[in-house]
Design a protein around this ligand. Structure first.
Ligand SMILES: Nc1ncnc2c1ncn2[C@@H]1O[C@H](COP(=O)(O)OP(=O)(O)OP(=O)(O)O)[C@@H](O)[C@H]1O
Ligand SMILES: C=C(C)CCOP(=O)(O)O
Length: 246
């Protein structure tokens, strides 16, 4: 069982609102299709927002904790993510990957403390029937706050826990977590290992950039990797890639 996130920073041009990075998305889809042909096993894909979602959320002042009851604002963010989801699905579908959409807004929620609840049975059935579920960062109903953003990284962590993933990969625009000299840090075992270099995204991002990613992955039992697009094929083939979070 592999849970893979295609970072919004990879598949979109994150600093230009609602602009796809078509070449990068095609390369990512090629890697997934090639690995699937070679008998990858169960795969769940989650994609982030990049220039879809983050800009809209930021304009409306919505984050993972600041919610909205304005359905127009909610649908603005959700609609952008659904649009991006269609682009991702189309590229996978064109390469004979049996990818199907799973929209978190319609199934997940947060309780009053902000804890994410993600019913997993439907996703399990999708996998058992041989499809590849493709989730995405989204808006979700949030008790007492209307609706808030859920990041792809939170979804990855929850899916990995619930599905007892063997491997977790976050493909981002950087080749891994970088140190102060921009060299890839091979391994991170505690937040303090990298706290000094972990920052937010350089582009508009309402979900916390690299620091939030590492924090979420450290809480998991299974090892996770953060790597760039050049390493996606190798990751799917089972190689260690980028930064391993233990
Ligand atoms: N130490 C670090 N090493 C690498 N990247 C870092 C570091 N600190 C901050 N960053 C920033 O984190 C970004 C990656 O996080 P980001 O959340 O943008 O990625 P993503 O998950 O691919 O995109 P999205 O959140 O849109 O899905 C990098 O582009 C960089 O700007
Ligand atoms: C709706 C939004 C902003 C999606 C956020 O997902 P992420 O890019 O994985 O942080």
């Amino acid at each position: 069982m592999i849970v893979l996130k295609l970072g919004g920073s990879v598949i979109t041009e994150k600093d230009r609102p609602e602009t796809l990075d078509g070449d990068a998305l095609e390369r990512a889809a090629d890697a997934v299709a090639a690995a699937s042909e070679d008998g990858l096993g169960d795969l769940v894909i989650v994609h982030g927002g990049g220039s879809f979602g983050h800009h809209n959320a930021s304009e409306h002042g919505i984050t993972t904790t600041e919610g909205t009851h304005d359905v127009g604002a909610l649908m603005d963010v959700h609609g952008a993510m659904v649009t991006l989801n269609r682009f991702v699905l189309r590229r996978l579908f064109d390469r004979d990957v049996d990818a199907v959409p799973v929209h978190p807004f319609s199934m997940a929620s947060r309780d009053e403390d902000g804890n994410l609840e993600l019913p997993i049975d439907g996703i399990r059935t999708i996998l058992e029937e041989g499809f590849v579920p493709v989730l995405h960062g989204d808006m979700i109903p949030h008790a007492g706050a209307g609706a808030t953003v859920v990041s792809g990284d939170e979804l990855v962590a929850e899916l990995a826990r619930e599905l007892e993933a063997d491997r977790i990969g976050l493909c981002s625009t950087v080749p891994g977590v970088l140190d102060e000299d921009d060299a890839v840090i091979d391994e991170i075992a505690t937040f303090d290992d990298a706290a000094d270099v972990l920052g937010e995204s350089e582009a508009t991002d309402v979900t916390g950039g690299m620091a939030a990613k590492v924090q979420a992955l450290l809480e998991l039992e299974a090892d996770a990797a953060i790597f760039g697009l050049d390493d996606l094929a190798a990751f799917l083939e089972g190689a260690e890639s980028g930064t391993t979070i233990r």
